[in-house]
Ligand binder design. Structure first.
Ligand code: GDP
Ligand code: MG
Length: 288
């Protein structure tokens, strides 16, 4: 087995960084591909801070940077600069900074992010202190901007930090989503390399079969069956709970037509079988 380790019901980890070193003597091409996949998985999540010039990108980036380790905040060149191309917003998390009123350049930028790779978008209405005398005036402008952009809009005074918490929360949710997506991508790529490389197959499959890999795959699968998550039986505290959830997901898979939804349900089922095995001290059933 690999050095995959587990701690009861909770966190399971694997040292992914050593995998490409183990593959290297077996298949250099596979080692390169595995190394790149692991690097993409472990790299800091990139967050772009974008908007027109002077809206407060630098100030917003400074305010957000404080509470987010393992991330890279990038202030993008200003939108809507005459003679310059608008920057490409392609990060896993995009924070778009507006000031009142919304301009057509802002609408254009937001439309492009929505049509892009499907990362998370957080829209900030900065300089809320310049909007009006009272909270009601700010609330009314926030509602107008939200209608105009078709997005949730978070008011902020970046210079004082007033309003930063919900924005930091939304950014952190985007970071978590990015990590979940990356986990699914990593395991898919490792499976691909295991299929392609006969000499490295056994080593890669040990990792793909580890509890940590099963956990990453299940987390990504959850994003494909969101409506089922609401119906899923409760939290897992005991082996019996894990078994109950495993059976529930197996039923969902049996009731689904073959396809991505059924595959997702089986992937989640598999993770609960592993949890059950850890909690009960049993060896996991072969192939699960
Ligand atoms: N009144 C007010 N001024 C702000 C706020 N945020 C930024 N500023 C000011 O707006 C100006 C431009 O900010 P900056 O962060 O450099 O904008 P950038 O060009 O988008 O990077 C600076 O003078 C900031 O101090 C805010 O929330 N309220
Ligand atoms: Mg700046």
């Amino acid at each position: 087995m690999t050095n995959a380790s587990h701690s009861g019901n909770g966190a399971v980890t694997t040292d992914w960084s050593e995998l490409s070193g183990r593959v290297a003597p077996l298949d250099t091409d596979a080692a390169r591909a595995v190394g790149a996949a692991v690097e993409a998985f472990t790299a800091p999540v990139r967050i772009q801070i974008a908007g027109r010039g002077g809206v407060g990108r630098t100030t917003v980036a400074a305010a957000l940077r404080q509470g987010a380790p393992d991330t890279e905040f990038v202030e993008m060149p200003a939108f809507d600069v005459p003679g310059a191309d608008d920057p490409l917003l392609d990060a896993e998390v995009v924070v778009y900074v507006l000031v009142d009123p919304v301009r057509s350049a802002d609408r254009r930028a937001l439309g492009r992010v929505r049509g892009g790779k499907g990362g998370s978008l957080v829209v900030v209405l900065n300089k809320a202190d310049t909007i009006g005398a009272d909270d009601a005036a700010v609330d009314a402008r926030v509602a107008d901007c939200a209608r105009d952009c078709g997005e949730t809009v978070h008011p902020l005074v970046a210079t004082t930090g007033l309003g930063i918490e919900p924005i930091a929360t939304a950014v952190n949710e985007g970071i978590s989503r990015a990590r979940v997506t990356r986990g699914g991508t990593l395991i898919r790529e490792l499976r691909r390399q295991a299929v392609r490389s006969l000499p490295a197959r056994d080593v890669i499959e040990q990792y793909v079969g580890s509890d940590a890999a099963v956990t990453l795959e299940a987390a990504a699968a959850r994003g494909e069956v969101l409506e089922l998550l609401l119906q899923e039986p409760g939290d897992v505290r005991s082996a019996d709970d894990a078994l109950r959830n495993a059976q529930w997901w197996q039923n969902q898979a049996q009731q689904s037509l073959p396809g991505s939804r059924r595959h997702a349900a089986l992937t989640i089922h598999r993770e609960y079988v592993r949890q059950w095995a850890r909690l009960s001290g049993a060896a996991p059933p072969h192939g699960a």
